[in-house]
Design a protein around this ligand. Structure first.
Ligand code: AVJ
Length: 332
């Protein structure tokens, strides 16, 4: 049985040593980098919610349109009595379009690294869907996901729900690895409903990651604020500027923080030198054609079933399952 209480299964709640060494190693590379997950502290998650409401960031609007229009059909594919696992659930916005269409789900398992949105979403969902079993997990879904035994042992079919093009934060090979891990986690009847941003013209992509209100700039700079606080650093935020680039070759948008001048910055007990114009690469957002994404998911042993796009053709939501992959029949 799945427990009824809303206890949070905590993995960690402070900047752990492995993250600190990721920061120091990243800043020592020729192209300096910082781990993108650090963008999503409570304040960062809040700024990200604001980005989603800007005109320039079309992703949320396009995906919401897809869920609004096609949730009933998605629900038919998912069927009854499933456990829905959502890695990186944020404020659990998108699941709210699906839940009214799904009659009887076994449980909803949001996994989120940031406690505030996780608590908020449990609160809102409990009120909106009384009787829904919620099993919140506070943790980093990039690490091995530890789900309570009563969920993992349950015979219910499991759906991995991964909207918002979060998969775009990973390189294609990391993404395939992640999906393969989840396929294993969700077992033989695993299903995957995933939102993925589509390749399109450079100009539209850059605008989405450099909105005219400067909200994305604030979101990107917030990573320095966090490192100052949690890793005892002394970044001067006025000496870095936000930049969005489209890397055609790799098929990804990149966010950078560009040093405005020659400067030294202390992080923990190391000193880092920045030249004027030198950048820190903070986040990548990979974009896929439908053909590219199907191929990627098939590498992780998911079978393509269907995908839906918004009217402008900017974004896609894909449904995959693993039916049949576990009993390969021998031909006579
Ligand atoms: C939450 C990772 C999907 O890459 O589009 C938005 C994050 N960064 N604007 C994305 C983001 C800058 C977003 N994801």
């Amino acid at each position: 049985m799945i427990s009824h209480n809303q206890e949070i299964y905590a993995e960690e709640s402070f900047l752990i040593t492995s993250t600190l060494s990721e920061i120091l190693v990243g800043l020592s590379r020729p192209q300096k980098t910082l781990p993108a997950k650090l963008l999503y502290d409570d304040h960062g998650s809040q700024i990200f919610e604001e980005i989603c409401q800007t005109q320039d960031y079309y992703i949320t609007r396009a995906e919401t349109e897809i869920f609004r229009e096609h949730a009933p059909e998605m629900a038919k594919f998912i069927g009854q009595g499933a456990i829905i696992i959502e890695p990186g659930s944020g404020v659990s916005e998108k699941i709210r379009y699906l839940l009214p269409e799904l009659n009887k789900i076994r449980a909803y398992v949001p996994i989120e690294i940031s406690p505030e949105p996780l608590l908020k979403s449990c609160d809102v969902l409990t009120r909106q869907f009384p009787g829904l079993e919620i099993v919140p997990i506070l943790g980093d879904f990039e690490k091995e996901i530890i789900i309570p035994g009563e969920v993992s042992r349950s015979s219910s079919k499991k759906l991995i729900f991964f909207p918002g093009s979060t998969i775009g934060n990973f390189s294609p090979s990391q993404a395939a690895l992640l999906l393969r891990q989840w396929a294993r986690l969700a077992g033989k009847d695993a299903m995957l409903l995933i939102g993925v941003d589509r390749k399109k013209g450079r100009e539209k992509l850059i605008k989405a990651y450099d909105d005219q209100n400067g909200i994305t700039a604030d979101f990107n700079l917030n990573i320095l604020r966090r490192i100052n606080r949690e890793a005892n650093a002394n970044f001067d935020l006025t000496k870095f500027s936000h930049q969005a680039r489209y890397n055609d070759h790799k098929g990804r948008v990149e966010m950078h923080l560009v040093s405005r001048e020659d400067q030294m910055v202390k992080v923990h007990d190391s000193l880092f030198r920045f030249q004027a114009g030198e950048s820190i690469h903070t986040e990548s957002s990979y974009k896929y054609t439908p053909r590219e994404f199907k191929t990627l998911a098939e590498k992780a042993q998911f079978n393509y079933v269907k995908h839906w796009c918004d009217r402008e053709g900017l974004f896609c939501v894909y449904f995959f399952n693993r039916a049949g992959t576990h009993h390969v029949q021998k031909q006579a």
